[in-house]
Design a protein around this ligand. Sequence first.
Ligand SMILES: Nc1nc2c(c(=O)[nH]1)N[C@H]1C(S)=C(S)[C@@H](COP(=O)(O)OP(=O)(O)OC[C@H]3O[C@@H](n4cnc5c(N)ncnc54)[C@H](O)[C@@H]3O)O[C@H]1N2
Ligand code: MOO
Length: 405
Amino acid sequence: MIAVEEAFTRLMRQVVPLDSEPCPLEKAGGRVLAADIAARKSQPAAALSAMDGYAVRATDLSGAETGSRTFTVIGESAAGSPFAGEVRTGQAVRIFTGALVPDGADQIVIQENAVRDGDAVRLTAGPAPLDNIRPAGGDFTSGDTVLHAGARVTPAMIGLAAACGHGELPVVRRARVALISTGDELVPPGQSIDSPAQIYDSAGPMVAALLGDAGADIVMQRHVGDDAAALERCLGEAGMQADVVLTIGGASVGDKDFVHPVLQRMGVALDVWKIAMRPGKPMMFGRRDGTVFVGLPGNPASAFVSALLFVRPLTATLMGQTATLPTGRPVPLGTDLPANGPRQHYMRARLVHDPLGGDGEHAVIPAETQDSSLLSVLADSDGLIVRPAMAPPVTRGCHVFFIAY
Ligand SMILES: Nc1nc2c(c(=O)[nH]1)N[C@H]1C(S)=C(S)[C@@H](COP(=O)(O)OP(=O)(O)OC[C@H]3O[C@@H](n4cnc5c(N)ncnc54)[C@H](O)[C@@H]3O)O[C@H]1N2
Ligand code: MOO
């Protein structure tokens, strides 16, 4: 068996980041920028008023008459409709928030400090705060690099890109994932079952949801029976359209476990593992013509944990994100646990309110049954307690690492 960390490193070594594509701004949230983004204009392009009031010359506000001078209002500057002329001494321009500060003016007196009478306005306060004017380039200047390649696009970054003049952003394209569930016993969800030997394909939609939620594009989802020729055809088709092809089931050593021989026959250079983890021991991985093939184990919790620990970081890395092996955060244990065996155990567990957590926070309790076929246990869990291989017994109150999902 190989250690989880070693398996993760070997898988990640194969990753070549995907190319980029243009993406409309409103759809770019969560995507990874493929290039630096420069401002196409300065913001503001010229000084703007930050307040509603009157634009005047600063020199007119200083001196003995401060607070009592009367100005002649010569026009108006509104956002989008600037005043064309120049403000001279003794003159004022009525101005609104977001409007260009007219030539000659360098102060904005807010209207609360003004008494208007026809074309005349008496300003009742002294020099106004400087931040009543937003200077040219105060936000960014044309040519500035405002966003950096590799960043995950946030709503605020979308706003900034829009303000800089961009209608779309170059982003790393989504990883295309094909998912093939294997096994004669499987029936697609929602269809009728007429034999106790049949079960629904639960792992397929579960893994598709896990990866789809993380931004991957599920381009194909199929079911193939225990038929090597059919599996080879399906894998070939999947390889033509996907960056990552996943199989679920048939990864082990039984007579009906065809994934390994078929991938080998197709020329996929395989690294086959017995990983020292529970669940998720059998997994294989290989690359052919730029497509990564991963064989996941069939037990639902095994497929889920393998996809969470390995495949989601794989697709994230392909999509330009920095992804590491999930290790979790320390959380107090709400119960005692015995010593662990030779496989790192990822125990399905629930967060419960417990004084141990401090301030009414949480402690973590593993499910009583950890069988990797149990979907009810998986769905009832909040995450995984990580118990390292050969870990000694731990008692209630000790901290264990917990991967939340
Ligand atoms: N002799 C050995 N037997 C097994 C070993 C081993 O090392 N030696 N490993 C065990 C472990 S651990 C696991 S995990 C399983 C993995 O087996 P496969 O990947 O070959 O999976 P299958 O045999 O096809 O299925 C296992 C189990 O899961 C059910 N299944 C399969 N696909 C789905 C699906 N899409 N949705 C829901 N359930 C699914 C299937 O019916 C089986 O019950 O091997 C052990 N055996
Ligand atoms: O390790 Mo298997 O993945 O126990 O069920």
